[in-house]
Design a protein around this ligand. Sequence first.
Ligand SMILES: [Zn+2]
Length: 87
Amino acid sequence: MSLESTAISLIYCRQAKGLLEAFAGTIHELVRLHEEQFQAVIEGDVDSMRFDALIHMANECKQEAKYAYLHHLEIHCCSKYGSSSGG
Ligand SMILES: [Zn+2]
């Protein structure tokens, strides 16, 4: 039984998975910051510039994480979604 060779194509690349989770994490962080900013505005803290800086930083982290993930898919050819193309 050589299940291994079949399994390799089915198992999602661990590194890609890690990069995707990191990317998802940065999006989650952005959402959290927006929620905190929303709370601050509700509480009357409309002029909270600290959120603009934090959100800007979180956005840059998100972009980096996204490119790292896409770059990995490109060089490693391990895209989870790349196989089927209908139409
Ligand atoms: Zn990979």
